[in-house]
Design a protein around this ligand. Structure first.
Ligand code: NDP
Length: 517
């Protein structure tokens, strides 16, 4: 793929045995190898970067309208090819058909339209008024210019939404982009490349650098900005490497998202939400519910409801298509070990599994949907990102204790609060240290691309979505244009007492009038 002008589509890259310089792609629901993709070297990434830089000016010159045309065609392409895209996502992630449809196809289709429509609004020249006396009468503007070549490094949990999704605003801003998908899930990204080509994207504006972590590390050296999504540990490595070249980074990292259920909550809704938002996508979502704090009076009823709902989840190979399973396999084999370690640590320290608690037997990578009670804040399952189909639930005395425990975490990505009194729910939400908090909901803020999405504390740096989600792919330029000019302004040399006194009078007039408390 690298070193040639054309990138191979997934089918073309697929072979039957392991090959040197190739990355095998497994279907985690069955353990079968379904394709191979190239493992690109640092030199190949460098060549790709050269091609991306050469292609960028032509893409920028198309303007917002020209770029939007490609994105809007791609929006249609995605829906026309939804079945094939879902099949590809399901095959490389093991997630259920509905998880692929709801959280990936619908996100992608909305995002193409959103950025096509709104990029110019966020990036058009902005006129600015100033209170500074020296610039009176001058034209002041903020202008956004694409940075050039953007590197997007993506994780395996949402190959379309999390990996490819960040490329859309970067492209709409006028940049060329190299996407390094996770080695575990590269096929969806390659399919998006195929779609963009069909929709008229000029060659090399969007490229996919498949490979292992070293390929991602090589990309950091070649680009003008890095958008990274993944673990906090790898995010730190990326930032460290980017510091060598002063390359800006935006980091979307892990979370340990708390849900607080207040005693006046609609328990049926809260239990459905806890079940869905902890188990959907096998719990492998950075903003999934990872721990629940429930006020004492409703604890038993809430736990009973959640346990019943989790027991009813159908888990298995999702290849049967729509409506067959709620929860598929896990995507990343090593993740099963992490989930098992957290569950075993909890059980060894006195917690109980009311349902689940074991890894799956047979082919594929599964962990049973699990409800844990009698957990304490010291257990791994309450402190570290589990990223699996587990739901630890803890009883708390009151909202104050829930808020304290929710905030007692190095992470601060997202959170949720449940209460029928929405005023009380919102008041609690405002005290949670997280980039996003939902009241009587969870996770849905992600689908509103108008809202900024980003983590506090160890959960990240910068935002995707909203104005900041596209401006980060640009350099800001301040423009000052003097239209009506004197030969010499009052403040210029030579300094004279008369001028200095005049300026002081002007300052007093502007800023010194009126009484102060
Ligand atoms: P990583 O953070 O290690 O990987 C994310 C991406 O970075 C992948 O494309 C990976 O490539 C790439 N990468 C790895 N090392 C480097 C490097 N030195 N420089 C540049 N890029 C690199 O995630 P993992 O897949 O290892 O998952 C580990 C943990 O991260 C999970 O257990 C989970 O807790 C969390 N996670 C969080 C996600 C989120 O959405 N916030 C998403 C996924 C995981 P490759 O895959 O080829 O190694």
């Amino acid at each position: 793929m690298a070193g040639t002008e054309e990138q191979a589509a997934p089918e073309a890259a697929a072979t039957n045995g392991h090959q040197a310089g190739q990355v095998p792609v497994e279907n985690p629901a069955t353990g079968e190898v379904v394709a191979h993709v190239p493992n690109l070297s640092a030199d190949e990434v460098r060549d790709m970067a050269k091609r991306g830089r050469a292609a960028q000016p032509g893409w920028e010159a198309l303007g917002f309208a020209g770029r939007a045309r490609v994105m809007l065609r791609m929006q249609k392409w995605l829906l026309d090819n939804a079945e094939r895209v879902i099949q590809t996502i399901v095959k490389e992630t093991g997630k259920s058909w509905e998880d692929a449809q709801l959280a990936e196809i619908s996100y992608g289709a909305n995002a193409f339209g959103f950025w096509a429509k709104n990029a110019e609004k966020y990036l058009g020249d902005e006129k600015v008024k100033s209170s500074a006396v020296l610039v009176k009468g001058k034209k002041l503007m903020v202008r956004y210019r694409p940075l050039g070549l953007i590197g997007v490094i993506g994780p395996w949990n949402y190959p379309l939404t999390n990996s490819f999704g960040d490329c859309i605003p970067a492209l709409m801003a006028g940049n060329s982009v190299i996407l390094k998908p996770s080695e575990i899930t590269p096929l969806t990204s390659m399919l998006m490349l195929e779609g963009l080509r069909e929709c008229g994207m000029p060659e090399n504006v969007f490229q996919v650098a498949t490979g292992y972590g070293e390929t991602g590390a090589a990309l950091v050296d070649e680009v003008d900005m890095i958008m990274f999504t993944g673990s906090t540990a790898t995010g730190k490595k990326v930032m460290q490497k980017a510091a060598e070249t002063l390359t800006p980074v935006s980091l979307e990292l892990g979370g340990k998202d708390p849900m607080i259920v207040l005693s006046d909550a609609d328990l049926e809704r809260a239990a459905n939400a806890a079940t869905y938002y902890s188990m959907q996508n096998s719990g492998q979502t950075c903003i999934s519910v990872e721990r629940v704090f429930v006020e004492e009076p409703i604890y038993d009823e809430f736990v009973a409801k959640v346990t019943e709902k989790v027991k009813a989840i159908r888990q298995g190979d999702p290849s049967g298509g729509a409506g067959t399973v709620e929860v598929g396999s896990m995507t990343f084999p090593k993740q099963v070990d992490i989930v098992e370690k957290h569950v075993n640590d909890a059980l060894a320290k006195g917690a109980k599994a009311l349902t689940g608690g074991h890894r799956g037997s047979g082919k594929g990578y599964y962990f049973e949907p699990t409800v844990l009670v009698d957990v304490t804040p010291e257990m791994d399952c309450m402190r570290e990102e589990t990223f699996g189909p587990t739901l630890p639930i803890m009883k708390v005395r009151d909202a104050e204790e829930a808020i304290r425990l929710a905030n007692d975490s190095p992470y601060g990505l997202a959170a949720s609060v449940f209460s029928k009194d929405v005023g009380r729910g919102e008041a609690v939400a405002r005290r949670i240290e997280a980039g996003a908090v939902c009241v009587n909901d969870a996770m849905l803020n992600y689908s509103a691309i108008e809202l900024p999405m980003g983590g506090w504390k160890a959960s990240g740096l910068g935002h995707r979505h909203g104005a900041g989600g596209i401006r980060k792919y640009c350099a800001q330029q301040a423009l000052l244009v003097s239209r009506f000019n004197m030969k010499r302004d009052l403040h210029m040399f030579p300094y004279t007492k008369k001028n200095t006194d005049r300026l002081m009078k002007a300052f007093r007039f502007l800023w010194g009038r009126g009484k102060r408390d």
